[in-house]
Design a protein around this ligand. Sequence first.
Ligand code: ADP
Ligand code: MG
Length: 595
Amino acid sequence: MPIRVLDPEVAQKIAAGEVVERPSSAVKELVENALDAGASQVQIEIRSGGLGLIRVADDGEGIPSAEVALAFQRHATSKLSTAADLSSIQTLGFRGEALASIAAVSQIVLYTRHRDEETGASLTLEAGQIVEQKPWAGPRGTAILVRNLFFNVPARLKFLRSATSEAGQIGHLVEQFALGHPEVRFRFVNEGRRVLETPGSGDLREALRQVYGTSIADAMVAIDEESESSHVRIWGLIGPPNLTRANRAGLSFFINRRWINSLSLGYAVEEAYRPALLPGRHPIVALHLELPASDVDCNVHPTKAEVRIVNERQVHGAAHRAVRAALLDVAPLPEVGAPLAPAAWRGAGDWFEQATALPPTDVASPPRPFSIGNGEGVDGAPGAPGPSPLSTGGGEGQGVTPSPFRPTTLRPVGQVQNTYIVAEGAGGVYFIDQHTAHERVLYEEIVAQRNVPDGPSQALLTPVVVPLSAPQRAALEERGEALSRLGFRFEAFGPDAYVLRAVPPRLARADLAGALRDAADVLTGDATAADGTDRLSATLACHGAVRAGDSLTMEEITVLLARLEETDVSRYCPHGRPVVVHLSVTQLERDFHRR
Ligand code: ADP
Ligand code: MG
């Protein structure tokens, strides 16, 4: 075939494919237009997964009658005029392509009335061609109906999933808009059924309540931090560590209100949770980053799902620190309460129950945890200013109260049942699960070490021969690098074993054969690299930790306590299994009728 310039109609269709990949991409563009028009209410209605009908209606400023046809031309936009504008984009749209692209592959009717006009206009298009324009007398704002999307692109239709699955994607998208714009009232209707409706009050927690339900919304922790050095404000709601999901769908990030996919930002935030998350679990987060427009390049992705940030590492670092600080401030420590309240420190629901019991103001502005300077005994000292509203506020008669735990001096008292360490510290007595605590400490240390190339390694006096199955050997051969980085030295030994010659020093007392076998199993799994490394760290920590039932010397107890104190995650309770339980002086005094 000779080379020739394509018909405009064909070129349109090709270009449309980039922007409008599936029904949810059309919905995304239409809702963005509504938001750019300053809408305070946006209604989204779909049928047949968006393939039959998409209707997006807003109460925004509308399109002047004289410009309605222009809006459907490619690269026609009211949002920027010079190339310089590209470097400081304040709107969600700017490419001037969406309406043209959607129109090219569907049948459209647009109704609009501009705020300065008495009469609006309606415009009908078919496959990008204008069929007719008429005056239209309706309310201010814009409604756009997209029928039979991809009717003229049969190849695209074949690749789409079921209507249910497309509708699910659109639902997720609308939820993200709701979290990104709590000040806007969104309503999503699928097949005539109202699926989502947000109040548009401007309160992120209220929007989130409609998306995730009341109990989750109440448990979320508010954060709002400004980092002067990286020019970023970080605000939003983050879930407590025990409220997790098996995938990343609960992670929502917005940069200047734009919902973005960012693996690296997700990673930075999840890293803040890491010590408290089970491998393969992901938190629920709705996080807004606000940056100067000139620090963000939105023009790197056809559907604008990714952006580039100047100083990305610093910004992500700031997000990491903000989330981590908030978690440390609010993650409570189960406390031994009134004798009859054991349920409150039992299962995974604890954090949650306690968090929901907190007065909202406490959750919104969490107190600083106490430290050595002001921490001595204040928890129980009558009349002393409480260092922590969380533990002093609702204590009376409530039995169990969450209490921040960042002790800096724990004095060992002894061991109970060779399983629990008893220590005295700020404001009372601490009971520490020795296995869980040691596991936590080791986990943190391993995680801290794993990005250091060639971590410290301790040669074994007697190398350990470990018989391994074929898949285990294959895993070590292919992915054993992850273990070498942690300080393991090993090699194949005969046809069905490996010999272990050196291990990370902190694992010296582990069951080494078991650790290597389990590690190989973890590496065999189909986990993603990051999840795999996490599971590996968790497995090694578990193997390296002292067990319940191990008798410990006072010296060992002292060392473990010291390491626990250095581990600022000591009060997280992963799997809902507490590491530390606190019996306050107040409680003791009450029990002994000294108060
Ligand atoms: P972009 O959003 O990149 O400018 P679009 O093709 O999405 O490009 O829209 C073209 C133009 O049509 C916009 O710049 C805007 O002026 C106008 N427009 C589209 N949708 C709306 C709407 N819902 N309300 C008001 N104006 C709109
Ligand atoms: Mg647009």
